[in-house]
Design a protein around this ligand. Structure first.
Ligand code: IMP
Length: 433
């Protein structure tokens, strides 16, 4: 039997507008669970003109009464978590009794953030341009089995020794900050972590069994993706990726639940593409046109403020990612940003050193030399901003959406035409149908 789990996954390099889609869907769900990533994510949601940027907390937190889980697959920066919870409380959103974190979630320590900056700078021209939120080093420590988990905060007898070990492991990556007590003194770090004990005591749990119980009782749980498939540690544009599994498999290991939990997978993609950070981007565009698109789409990182690189939709890659994730329906965001264009390009295949290739995974050795082979589609003059009915779409905008859907082989289910909750076209009210 399949349960009522619904996944929302990014199909590009993150920043697809998942926050808005999750916020919309969470109204239909009993719980929302984050399975990976950390405070490198920035899910922007606008409610009644008020903007919220959620980094660690699942987007369902903005809906009263919804349960929210942060699974073992998440790298949790306790400082960021505490701040985010306090911010919401100060804005009148109560999170008490409905936010939970897994005992096994790894903690991002201050030394991870310092190491992140130091290691990325050390790559020189090959820098990844990470968010400097300590994500890579925290996941590396997890894999090396030296990481500190939420449960360690309660195991006071062994915490300091574990901290000494991890500090030793990082000592060559801390530069001057290696002398800073709050970064590299085990007793001070243990003391600082003890400061989060009461926060975690209230919210810590074993997430998997709780989620399974909800599903067994017929409840609906939304699995909230962070970042996007092209940043997946294995299936993205390695090494220009994040350090977690952003594709569908991450849900099950990140939350400790079986594959049968998932009934529907919704893939979110922009009507064009963006990327923040370094790495190959075959359909990237530059110059005035790119600048205009960036301004119009307000394409600046919600966590770091960095300008995002922009480009045309890469259908060759989208097809592969839709299959890899088993996507059932598409949510296409920021359609309105393409309003007013004469024509719109979409990448159908690549050419590498004069040879045409229908599709090629981004970790193929030749991917960085892949040149896009484009089709030209007609643009539309009319504004789609704020539209909320399918029938209102200009003919060519509808044709663009149909083209994408046909090419990747799945229907579109939601179209976003602006930042607010209301600027949304829903093709079918029931996301499970
Ligand atoms: P890290 O996750 O901070 O290690 O960064 C690795 C790469 O992923 C960098 O190129 C980041 O810009 C990118 N990245 C990480 N999180 C996000 C996100 O939420 N949106 C877009 N890009 C991200």
């Amino acid at each position: 039997m399949k349960f009522n789990g619904i996944a929302v996954l990014g199909l590009q390099w993150g920043d697809e507008g998942k926050g808005k889609v999750i916020d919309f869907l969470s109204d239909y769900c009993d719980a929302v669970a984050r399975f990976g990533g950390g405070a490198n994510a920035g899910h922007t949601i606008v409610v009644d003109g008020q903007k919220y940027i959620l980094k660690l907390l699942p987007s369902g937190i903005l809906r009263e009464g919804k349960l929210c889980f942060i699974g073992a697959g998440v790298a949790c920066d306790p400082e960021a978590l505490q701040k985010e919870l306090a911010d919401l409380e100060s804005r009148g959103i109560s999170t008490r009794g409905r936010i939970f974190i897994d005992y096994a979630a790894h903690l991002v320590l201050p030394l991870h953030k310092v190491s992140d900056g130091y290691l990325d700078a050390g790559r020189g021209k090959g820098a990844i341009d990470t968010t400097k939120r300590g994500i890579g080093p925290a996941y590396a420590d997890k894999a090396s089995r030296v990481g500190i988990r939420v449960s360690d905060i309660f195991a006071k007898d062994s915490l300091e020794a574990k901290l000494s070990y991890i500090i030793e492991a990082h000592k060559n990556n801390l530069g001057d900050r290696g002398n800073d007590e709050s970064i590299a003194d085990p007793a001070r770090l243990a003391f600082n972590l003890a400061g989060y004990e009461s926060l975690f005591k209230e919210i810590v749990t074993d997430c998997g069994p709780k989620i399974i119980e909800l599903l067994e009782n017929g409840k609906t749980v939304l699995f909230e993706g962070a970042q996007g498939a092209l940043l997946d540690l294995d299936y993205g544009t390695y090494p220009y990726v994040t350090s977690s599994h952003t594709t569908v498999g991450g849900i099950f290991t990140g939350l400790g639940i079986p594959p049968a939990s998932l009934r529907t997978a919704i893939g979110v993609c922009k009507a064009y593409m963006t990327r923040v950070g370094h790495g190959p981007f075959p359909t990237e565009i530059e110059g005035d046109f790119a600048d205009n698109l960036r301004e119009k789409g307000r394409e600046y990182g919600s966590v770091t403020g960095r300008p995002r690189r922009v480009g045309w939709l890469d259908l060759a890659n989208l097809k592969r990612i839709v299959k890899l994730n088993g996507i059932d329906k598409l949510a296409i965001t920021k359609l309105d940003v393409l309003d007013g264009l004469e024509e719109i390009m979409v990448c159908e295949s690549y050419e590498i050193d004069g040879t045409k290739m229908a599709g090629i995974p981004p970790n193929h050795p030749d991917f960085s030399r892949a040149k896009p082979v484009y089709s030209r589609l007609k643009g539309w003059k009319e504004s789609t901003g704020g539209l909320n009915k399918l029938g209102q779409l200009p003919k060519n905008a509808r044709a663009y959406l149909d083209y994408i859907s046909e090419k990747v082989g799945v229907p579109f289910w939601l179209i976003s035409t602006g930042f607010s909750r209301g600027d949304t076209i829903i093709v079918d009210e029931n996301p499970f149908s």
